[in-house]
Write a protein that binds this ligand. Structure first.
Ligand SMILES: [Fe+2]
Ligand SMILES: [Fe+2]
Length: 469
Protein backbone atom coordinates (compact mmCIF):
# COMPACT_ATOMS: atom_id res chain seq x y z
CA UNK A 1 0.00 0.00 0.00
CA UNK A 2 1.55 3.31 -1.11
CA UNK A 3 0.98 6.21 1.26
CA UNK A 4 0.00 9.33 -0.64
CA UNK A 5 1.43 12.60 0.68
CA UNK A 6 -0.14 15.92 -0.11
CA UNK A 7 3.21 17.66 0.36
CA UNK A 8 6.32 16.95 -1.70
CA UNK A 9 9.50 15.53 -0.22
CA UNK A 10 11.25 18.93 -0.06
CA UNK A 11 8.33 20.57 1.73
CA UNK A 12 8.19 17.68 4.21
CA UNK A 13 11.93 17.91 4.90
CA UNK A 14 11.59 21.67 5.37
CA UNK A 15 8.63 21.29 7.73
CA UNK A 16 10.68 18.82 9.76
CA UNK A 17 14.10 20.54 9.83
CA UNK A 18 13.01 24.15 10.46
CA UNK A 19 11.02 23.44 13.66
CA UNK A 20 13.91 21.25 14.89
CA UNK A 21 16.47 24.02 14.31
CA UNK A 22 14.22 26.78 15.67
CA UNK A 23 13.33 24.62 18.65
CA UNK A 24 16.96 23.88 19.51
CA UNK A 25 17.87 27.55 19.12
CA UNK A 26 15.04 28.57 21.46
CA UNK A 27 15.87 25.90 24.05
CA UNK A 28 19.63 26.58 24.06
CA UNK A 29 18.91 30.32 24.00
CA UNK A 30 16.53 30.10 26.91
CA UNK A 31 19.09 28.17 29.01
CA UNK A 32 21.88 30.61 28.10
CA UNK A 33 19.50 33.52 28.71
CA UNK A 34 18.58 32.15 32.13
CA UNK A 35 22.26 31.95 33.15
CA UNK A 36 22.96 35.39 31.68
CA UNK A 37 19.95 36.69 33.58
CA UNK A 38 21.23 35.29 36.83
CA UNK A 39 24.76 36.47 36.12
CA UNK A 40 23.78 40.01 35.26
CA UNK A 41 21.47 40.23 38.25
CA UNK A 42 24.21 38.97 40.55
CA UNK A 43 26.66 41.55 39.23
CA UNK A 44 24.14 44.37 39.59
CA UNK A 45 23.18 43.30 43.13
CA UNK A 46 26.85 43.04 44.01
CA UNK A 47 27.41 46.56 42.67
CA UNK A 48 24.69 48.04 44.87
CA UNK A 49 26.01 46.08 47.88
CA UNK A 50 29.48 47.28 47.10
CA UNK A 51 28.28 50.91 47.11
CA UNK A 52 26.60 50.29 50.49
CA UNK A 53 29.77 48.71 51.89
CA UNK A 54 31.78 51.63 50.55
CA UNK A 55 29.52 54.16 52.27
CA UNK A 56 29.60 52.16 55.50
CA UNK A 57 33.38 51.98 55.31
CA UNK A 58 33.60 55.73 54.62
CA UNK A 59 31.32 56.66 57.53
CA UNK A 60 33.13 54.26 59.92
CA UNK A 61 36.50 55.74 59.13
CA UNK A 62 35.16 59.27 59.57
CA UNK A 63 33.43 58.33 62.81
CA UNK A 64 36.50 56.59 64.18
CA UNK A 65 38.51 59.73 63.41
CA UNK A 66 36.03 61.84 65.42
CA UNK A 67 36.13 59.30 68.26
CA UNK A 68 39.93 59.24 68.34
CA UNK A 69 40.00 63.00 68.62
CA UNK A 70 37.06 63.07 71.00
CA UNK A 71 35.13 65.37 68.74
CA UNK A 72 31.92 63.31 68.62
CA UNK A 73 30.06 65.91 70.67
CA UNK A 74 31.29 68.90 68.72
CA UNK A 75 28.33 70.12 66.60
CA UNK A 76 30.55 71.73 63.98
CA UNK A 77 32.52 68.48 63.41
CA UNK A 78 29.33 66.45 63.47
CA UNK A 79 27.83 68.67 60.80
CA UNK A 80 30.90 68.32 58.63
CA UNK A 81 30.74 64.52 59.23
CA UNK A 82 27.14 64.49 58.01
CA UNK A 83 28.04 66.68 55.03
CA UNK A 84 30.91 64.39 54.08
CA UNK A 85 28.50 61.40 54.00
CA UNK A 86 26.06 63.34 51.79
CA UNK A 87 28.75 64.47 49.36
CA UNK A 88 30.31 60.99 49.31
CA UNK A 89 26.89 59.62 48.38
CA UNK A 90 26.66 62.16 45.61
CA UNK A 91 29.96 60.93 44.16
CA UNK A 92 28.61 57.38 44.11
CA UNK A 93 25.83 58.29 41.67
CA UNK A 94 26.74 57.05 38.25
CA UNK A 95 23.62 56.69 36.18
CA UNK A 96 20.26 58.35 35.88
CA UNK A 97 17.65 56.56 37.99
CA UNK A 98 19.99 55.92 40.92
CA UNK A 99 18.82 57.34 44.20
CA UNK A 100 20.49 57.46 47.60
CA UNK A 101 18.36 58.49 50.54
CA UNK A 102 18.96 58.86 54.29
CA UNK A 103 16.33 59.25 57.04
CA UNK A 104 16.91 59.82 60.76
CA UNK A 105 15.40 58.04 63.72
CA UNK A 106 12.28 60.22 63.49
CA UNK A 107 11.85 59.16 59.85
CA UNK A 108 12.65 62.66 58.54
CA UNK A 109 14.76 63.00 55.45
CA UNK A 110 18.34 63.85 56.17
CA UNK A 111 19.41 63.94 52.55
CA UNK A 112 18.20 62.65 49.19
CA UNK A 113 20.36 62.60 46.11
CA UNK A 114 19.54 61.53 42.53
CA UNK A 115 15.78 61.46 42.50
CA UNK A 116 12.88 63.84 42.22
CA UNK A 117 10.33 61.75 44.06
CA UNK A 118 7.92 63.61 46.36
CA UNK A 119 8.66 63.74 50.08
CA UNK A 120 5.48 61.96 51.08
CA UNK A 121 6.02 58.91 48.96
CA UNK A 122 9.70 58.84 49.97
CA UNK A 123 8.86 58.82 53.64
CA UNK A 124 6.18 56.25 53.19
CA UNK A 125 8.56 53.94 51.32
CA UNK A 126 11.34 54.53 53.81
CA UNK A 127 9.00 53.75 56.67
CA UNK A 128 7.85 50.55 55.08
CA UNK A 129 11.37 49.40 54.28
CA UNK A 130 13.06 50.40 57.54
CA UNK A 131 15.71 47.81 58.39
CA UNK A 132 15.94 48.97 61.98
CA UNK A 133 19.05 48.29 64.07
CA UNK A 134 18.89 44.60 63.49
CA UNK A 135 20.33 44.42 60.01
CA UNK A 136 20.31 45.28 56.34
CA UNK A 137 17.49 44.65 53.91
CA UNK A 138 17.17 44.11 50.21
CA UNK A 139 14.52 46.27 48.51
CA UNK A 140 12.57 44.95 45.58
CA UNK A 141 9.29 46.69 44.70
CA UNK A 142 7.58 50.05 44.95
CA UNK A 143 9.85 52.64 46.45
CA UNK A 144 9.10 56.37 46.27
CA UNK A 145 6.27 55.74 43.85
CA UNK A 146 8.56 53.91 41.42
CA UNK A 147 9.53 50.31 40.81
CA UNK A 148 12.98 50.08 42.31
CA UNK A 149 15.64 47.67 43.56
CA UNK A 150 18.11 48.52 46.25
CA UNK A 151 19.77 48.05 49.60
CA UNK A 152 18.89 49.54 52.96
CA UNK A 153 21.21 49.65 55.98
CA UNK A 154 21.52 51.34 59.40
CA UNK A 155 24.33 53.75 60.24
CA UNK A 156 24.59 53.49 64.12
CA UNK A 157 26.95 56.51 64.50
CA UNK A 158 24.24 58.91 63.25
CA UNK A 159 21.14 56.78 63.81
CA UNK A 160 20.39 57.08 60.06
CA UNK A 161 18.93 54.57 57.70
CA UNK A 162 20.46 54.85 54.23
CA UNK A 163 18.84 53.46 51.05
CA UNK A 164 20.87 52.98 47.91
CA UNK A 165 18.33 52.29 45.11
CA UNK A 166 18.10 52.07 41.37
CA UNK A 167 15.16 52.08 38.95
CA UNK A 168 14.19 48.51 38.03
CA UNK A 169 14.25 49.55 34.38
CA UNK A 170 17.87 50.77 34.62
CA UNK A 171 18.90 47.84 36.79
CA UNK A 172 17.67 45.33 34.22
CA UNK A 173 18.48 47.44 31.12
CA UNK A 174 21.45 45.26 30.12
CA UNK A 175 19.43 42.15 30.66
CA UNK A 176 16.58 43.44 28.48
CA UNK A 177 19.12 44.38 25.84
CA UNK A 178 20.61 40.88 25.89
CA UNK A 179 17.17 39.30 25.76
CA UNK A 180 15.99 41.33 22.75
CA UNK A 181 19.25 40.76 20.94
CA UNK A 182 18.87 37.09 21.53
CA UNK A 183 15.29 36.98 20.19
CA UNK A 184 16.37 38.88 17.06
CA UNK A 185 19.35 36.57 16.65
CA UNK A 186 17.12 33.45 16.91
CA UNK A 187 14.68 34.84 14.34
CA UNK A 188 17.47 35.85 11.94
CA UNK A 189 19.20 32.49 12.35
CA UNK A 190 15.91 30.68 11.70
CA UNK A 191 15.21 32.75 8.57
CA UNK A 192 18.75 32.48 7.16
CA UNK A 193 19.09 28.78 7.98
CA UNK A 194 15.64 28.10 6.45
CA UNK A 195 16.78 29.79 3.28
CA UNK A 196 19.99 27.72 3.14
CA UNK A 197 18.19 24.50 4.07
CA UNK A 198 15.58 25.16 1.39
CA UNK A 199 18.32 25.84 -1.14
CA UNK A 200 20.23 22.72 -0.10
CA UNK A 201 17.13 20.47 -0.22
CA UNK A 202 16.16 21.92 -3.57
CA UNK A 203 19.66 21.29 -4.93
CA UNK A 204 19.79 17.79 -3.46
CA UNK A 205 16.38 16.80 -4.81
CA UNK A 206 16.72 18.31 -8.26
CA UNK A 207 18.62 15.29 -9.77
CA UNK A 208 15.91 13.05 -8.28
CA UNK A 209 13.19 15.18 -9.89
CA UNK A 210 15.00 15.01 -13.24
CA UNK A 211 15.28 11.23 -12.99
CA UNK A 212 11.59 10.90 -12.05
CA UNK A 213 10.50 13.12 -14.94
CA UNK A 214 12.68 11.08 -17.37
CA UNK A 215 11.15 7.87 -16.01
CA UNK A 216 7.61 9.25 -16.44
CA UNK A 217 8.37 10.20 -20.05
CA UNK A 218 9.67 6.73 -20.80
CA UNK A 219 6.72 4.98 -19.18
CA UNK A 220 4.04 7.29 -20.65
CA UNK A 221 5.43 7.02 -24.20
CA UNK A 222 6.23 3.29 -23.78
CA UNK A 223 9.65 4.22 -25.11
CA UNK A 224 11.66 1.57 -23.26
CA UNK A 225 14.58 1.93 -25.65
CA UNK A 226 15.31 5.34 -24.11
CA UNK A 227 17.61 5.67 -21.07
CA UNK A 228 17.57 7.75 -17.87
CA UNK A 229 20.93 9.53 -17.54
CA UNK A 230 22.40 9.00 -14.01
CA UNK A 231 23.55 12.56 -13.17
CA UNK A 232 25.22 11.68 -9.86
CA UNK A 233 27.01 8.67 -8.55
CA UNK A 234 24.78 8.30 -5.48
CA UNK A 235 21.47 6.67 -4.54
CA UNK A 236 19.68 8.68 -7.24
CA UNK A 237 22.21 7.49 -9.81
CA UNK A 238 21.71 3.93 -8.55
CA UNK A 239 17.93 4.33 -8.98
CA UNK A 240 18.44 5.56 -12.56
CA UNK A 241 20.75 2.62 -13.36
CA UNK A 242 18.32 0.09 -11.89
CA UNK A 243 15.47 1.67 -13.87
CA UNK A 244 17.58 1.47 -17.03
CA UNK A 245 18.25 -2.24 -16.42
CA UNK A 246 14.53 -2.87 -16.00
CA UNK A 247 13.69 -0.73 -19.00
CA UNK A 248 16.28 -2.57 -21.06
CA UNK A 249 14.78 -5.90 -20.04
CA UNK A 250 11.27 -4.66 -20.94
CA UNK A 251 12.52 -3.33 -24.26
CA UNK A 252 14.03 -6.70 -25.18
CA UNK A 253 10.95 -8.57 -23.99
CA UNK A 254 8.69 -6.30 -26.04
CA UNK A 255 10.84 -6.70 -29.16
CA UNK A 256 10.75 -10.46 -28.70
CA UNK A 257 6.96 -10.41 -28.29
CA UNK A 258 6.56 -8.21 -31.38
CA UNK A 259 8.70 -10.63 -33.40
CA UNK A 260 6.69 -13.60 -32.15
CA UNK A 261 3.43 -11.81 -32.99
CA UNK A 262 4.74 -10.89 -36.46
CA UNK A 263 5.82 -14.43 -37.30
CA UNK A 264 2.51 -15.68 -35.93
CA UNK A 265 0.63 -13.39 -38.31
CA UNK A 266 2.90 -14.41 -41.20
CA UNK A 267 2.30 -18.04 -40.37
CA UNK A 268 -1.48 -17.56 -40.33
CA UNK A 269 -1.38 -15.78 -43.70
CA UNK A 270 0.74 -18.62 -45.06
CA UNK A 271 -1.68 -21.25 -43.75
CA UNK A 272 -4.68 -19.36 -45.12
CA UNK A 273 -3.05 -18.98 -48.54
CA UNK A 274 -2.26 -22.68 -48.64
CA UNK A 275 -5.79 -23.57 -47.60
CA UNK A 276 -7.19 -21.40 -50.40
CA UNK A 277 -4.82 -22.91 -52.86
CA UNK A 278 -5.99 -26.36 -51.78
CA UNK A 279 -9.60 -25.26 -52.09
CA UNK A 280 -8.99 -24.01 -55.61
CA UNK A 281 -7.41 -27.35 -56.49
CA UNK A 282 -10.47 -29.09 -55.05
CA UNK A 283 -12.81 -26.86 -57.07
CA UNK A 284 -10.82 -27.60 -60.22
CA UNK A 285 -11.12 -31.31 -59.50
CA UNK A 286 -14.90 -30.97 -59.13
CA UNK A 287 -15.06 -28.95 -62.37
CA UNK A 288 -12.84 -31.36 -64.25
CA UNK A 289 -15.52 -33.53 -65.78
CA UNK A 290 -18.37 -31.11 -65.41
CA UNK A 291 -19.69 -29.42 -68.52
CA UNK A 292 -19.76 -26.20 -66.49
CA UNK A 293 -16.67 -24.00 -66.82
CA UNK A 294 -13.97 -23.58 -64.20
CA UNK A 295 -14.93 -19.91 -63.87
CA UNK A 296 -18.45 -20.91 -62.79
CA UNK A 297 -17.31 -22.22 -59.41
CA UNK A 298 -15.26 -19.10 -58.76
CA UNK A 299 -18.09 -16.70 -59.73
CA UNK A 300 -20.75 -18.44 -57.62
CA UNK A 301 -18.34 -18.02 -54.70
CA UNK A 302 -18.21 -14.28 -55.38
CA UNK A 303 -22.00 -13.86 -55.86
CA UNK A 304 -22.65 -15.86 -52.68
CA UNK A 305 -20.14 -13.77 -50.78
CA UNK A 306 -21.82 -10.58 -52.06
CA UNK A 307 -25.29 -11.78 -51.05
CA UNK A 308 -24.00 -12.77 -47.61
CA UNK A 309 -22.49 -9.29 -47.23
CA UNK A 310 -25.79 -7.68 -48.36
CA UNK A 311 -27.63 -9.70 -45.70
CA UNK A 312 -25.39 -8.02 -43.12
CA UNK A 313 -23.39 -11.15 -42.28
CA UNK A 314 -19.98 -10.77 -40.68
CA UNK A 315 -16.87 -10.42 -42.85
CA UNK A 316 -15.81 -13.89 -41.66
CA UNK A 317 -19.09 -15.40 -42.91
CA UNK A 318 -19.04 -13.68 -46.32
CA UNK A 319 -15.37 -14.69 -46.70
CA UNK A 320 -16.28 -18.26 -45.75
CA UNK A 321 -18.97 -18.24 -48.47
CA UNK A 322 -16.42 -17.02 -51.03
CA UNK A 323 -14.32 -20.19 -50.52
CA UNK A 324 -16.93 -22.82 -49.58
CA UNK A 325 -19.66 -22.21 -52.21
CA UNK A 326 -17.32 -23.27 -55.11
CA UNK A 327 -17.37 -26.77 -53.56
CA UNK A 328 -21.18 -27.16 -53.95
CA UNK A 329 -20.91 -29.74 -56.78
CA UNK A 330 -17.76 -31.57 -55.59
CA UNK A 331 -19.93 -34.72 -55.14
CA UNK A 332 -20.14 -34.99 -58.93
CA UNK A 333 -16.74 -36.76 -58.88
CA UNK A 334 -18.68 -39.80 -57.60
CA UNK A 335 -21.19 -39.81 -60.48
CA UNK A 336 -20.46 -42.18 -63.40
CA UNK A 337 -19.26 -40.44 -66.56
CA UNK A 338 -22.07 -42.06 -68.54
CA UNK A 339 -24.63 -40.07 -66.57
CA UNK A 340 -22.55 -36.97 -65.87
CA UNK A 341 -21.50 -36.45 -69.48
CA UNK A 342 -24.71 -37.70 -71.12
CA UNK A 343 -26.11 -35.52 -73.88
CA UNK A 344 -29.83 -35.19 -73.66
CA UNK A 345 -32.35 -35.80 -70.91
CA UNK A 346 -31.72 -38.28 -68.06
CA UNK A 347 -34.21 -41.02 -67.30
CA UNK A 348 -35.60 -41.38 -63.78
CA UNK A 349 -32.89 -43.81 -62.54
CA UNK A 350 -30.16 -41.67 -64.03
CA UNK A 351 -31.68 -38.58 -62.45
CA UNK A 352 -31.78 -40.26 -59.00
CA UNK A 353 -28.12 -41.26 -59.44
CA UNK A 354 -27.24 -37.71 -60.48
CA UNK A 355 -29.03 -36.29 -57.41
CA UNK A 356 -26.68 -38.35 -55.23
CA UNK A 357 -23.93 -35.74 -55.87
CA UNK A 358 -25.30 -33.69 -52.94
CA UNK A 359 -24.94 -36.65 -50.55
CA UNK A 360 -21.48 -37.58 -51.83
CA UNK A 361 -20.30 -33.96 -51.54
CA UNK A 362 -21.59 -33.77 -47.96
CA UNK A 363 -19.98 -37.14 -47.03
CA UNK A 364 -16.62 -36.05 -48.43
CA UNK A 365 -16.51 -32.69 -46.63
CA UNK A 366 -18.52 -32.98 -43.40
CA UNK A 367 -15.83 -34.38 -41.07
CA UNK A 368 -13.15 -31.85 -41.98
CA UNK A 369 -11.41 -29.79 -39.31
CA UNK A 370 -11.60 -26.80 -41.65
CA UNK A 371 -14.61 -24.51 -41.12
CA UNK A 372 -14.60 -23.75 -44.87
CA UNK A 373 -14.85 -27.42 -45.77
CA UNK A 374 -17.54 -28.04 -43.17
CA UNK A 375 -19.52 -25.08 -44.59
CA UNK A 376 -18.95 -26.69 -48.03
CA UNK A 377 -20.59 -29.88 -46.66
CA UNK A 378 -23.70 -27.87 -45.55
CA UNK A 379 -23.84 -26.15 -48.93
CA UNK A 380 -23.38 -29.39 -50.89
CA UNK A 381 -26.34 -31.08 -49.22
CA UNK A 382 -28.69 -28.09 -49.28
CA UNK A 383 -28.06 -26.26 -52.58
CA UNK A 384 -30.79 -28.21 -54.49
CA UNK A 385 -33.45 -27.74 -51.80
CA UNK A 386 -36.36 -25.53 -52.90
CA UNK A 387 -38.24 -22.83 -50.96
CA UNK A 388 -41.59 -24.66 -51.46
CA UNK A 389 -40.17 -28.01 -50.30
CA UNK A 390 -40.05 -29.64 -53.74
CA UNK A 391 -36.22 -29.91 -53.79
CA UNK A 392 -33.85 -32.70 -52.77
CA UNK A 393 -32.47 -34.55 -50.88
CA UNK A 394 -34.46 -33.52 -47.73
CA UNK A 395 -37.46 -31.75 -49.28
CA UNK A 396 -36.83 -28.98 -46.71
CA UNK A 397 -39.09 -25.93 -46.81
CA UNK A 398 -38.50 -22.16 -46.40
CA UNK A 399 -36.24 -21.21 -43.56
CA UNK A 400 -35.63 -24.87 -42.66
CA UNK A 401 -33.19 -24.86 -45.57
CA UNK A 402 -29.82 -23.58 -44.32
CA UNK A 403 -29.30 -20.00 -45.50
CA UNK A 404 -25.97 -20.94 -47.10
CA UNK A 405 -27.84 -23.47 -49.25
CA UNK A 406 -30.59 -20.95 -50.14
CA UNK A 407 -27.95 -18.41 -51.24
CA UNK A 408 -26.07 -21.01 -53.29
CA UNK A 409 -29.29 -22.22 -54.96
CA UNK A 410 -29.99 -18.70 -56.32
CA UNK A 411 -26.46 -17.77 -57.44
CA UNK A 412 -25.83 -21.23 -58.99
CA UNK A 413 -28.88 -20.90 -61.28
CA UNK A 414 -28.22 -17.20 -61.94
CA UNK A 415 -24.66 -17.94 -63.11
CA UNK A 416 -25.79 -20.90 -65.28
CA UNK A 417 -28.32 -18.63 -67.01
CA UNK A 418 -26.03 -15.64 -67.59
CA UNK A 419 -23.13 -17.65 -69.07
CA UNK A 420 -22.96 -19.77 -72.19
CA UNK A 421 -23.11 -23.61 -71.99
CA UNK A 422 -22.48 -26.19 -74.71
CA UNK A 423 -26.26 -26.56 -75.10
CA UNK A 424 -27.30 -22.84 -74.80
CA UNK A 425 -26.30 -19.21 -75.30
CA UNK A 426 -25.71 -16.82 -72.39
CA UNK A 427 -28.98 -15.14 -71.38
CA UNK A 428 -29.24 -11.39 -70.94
CA UNK A 429 -29.19 -10.08 -67.40
CA UNK A 430 -32.78 -8.92 -67.76
CA UNK A 431 -34.01 -12.33 -68.91
CA UNK A 432 -32.12 -14.11 -66.11
CA UNK A 433 -33.55 -11.74 -63.51
CA UNK A 434 -37.06 -12.32 -64.86
CA UNK A 435 -36.56 -16.11 -64.81
CA UNK A 436 -35.45 -16.11 -61.20
CA UNK A 437 -38.12 -13.62 -60.08
CA UNK A 438 -40.78 -15.95 -61.62
CA UNK A 439 -39.49 -18.73 -59.35
CA UNK A 440 -39.10 -16.49 -56.27
CA UNK A 441 -41.23 -17.92 -53.47
CA UNK A 442 -41.43 -21.37 -55.12
CA UNK A 443 -37.91 -22.37 -55.94
CA UNK A 444 -36.00 -19.48 -54.28
CA UNK A 445 -36.08 -17.50 -51.01
CA UNK A 446 -37.99 -14.31 -52.09
CA UNK A 447 -36.16 -12.00 -49.62
CA UNK A 448 -32.75 -13.13 -50.85
CA UNK A 449 -33.81 -12.77 -54.50
CA UNK A 450 -34.96 -9.17 -53.94
CA UNK A 451 -31.85 -8.36 -51.93
CA UNK A 452 -29.61 -9.59 -54.70
CA UNK A 453 -31.46 -7.82 -57.50
CA UNK A 454 -31.69 -4.58 -55.52
CA UNK A 455 -27.91 -4.51 -55.96
CA UNK A 456 -27.82 -5.60 -59.55
CA UNK A 457 -24.98 -3.25 -60.52
CA UNK A 458 -22.63 -5.08 -58.11
CA UNK A 459 -23.80 -8.43 -59.47
CA UNK A 460 -23.15 -7.20 -63.01
CA UNK A 461 -19.70 -5.95 -62.07
CA UNK A 462 -18.69 -9.51 -61.06
CA UNK A 463 -20.19 -10.94 -64.22
CA UNK A 464 -18.31 -8.46 -66.40
CA UNK A 465 -14.99 -8.89 -64.65
CA UNK A 466 -15.05 -12.67 -64.21
CA UNK A 467 -17.28 -13.70 -67.15
CA UNK A 468 -16.18 -16.43 -69.58
CA UNK A 469 -14.00 -15.39 -72.49
FE1 LIG B 1 -25.50 -29.28 -57.81
FE1 LIG C 1 -23.16 -25.35 -60.04
Amino acid sequence: MIKKHVLGLSARLLFFIIPVISGSLIISGSITGLYADRGVKKVMVRLIEYKAEDLIRHSSSQWNLLLENNLQNDPAYMESFENSIRSYSLTMLQEEGEWILAVDEDNSIVFSVGSSASDDSILESAGENAPGETGDIWIDGNFGGESRLGYGFFLPALGWTVYITELRQTFYADLYFIRWNYIIMVLLTAIISSFFIYYYIHRSLSPLKTVISDMQNIVQNRNFGKRVIPVQNDEVGELAREFNLMSDYLDRAMTRLKNIARSEIEMRIEIRNRERETLEVLSKVSDHKDPETARHTSRVGMYASLLSELRGDSTEESDLMRWSVPLHDIGKVGIPDAILLKNGALNKTERLTMEKHVIIGNEVLKDSASPILRAGADIAISHHERWDGSGYPGGLKGRDIPVRGRITGIVDVFDALTTARPYKEAWSLKRAVEYIRERSGTEFDPELVELLFANLERVEAILIEYGDE
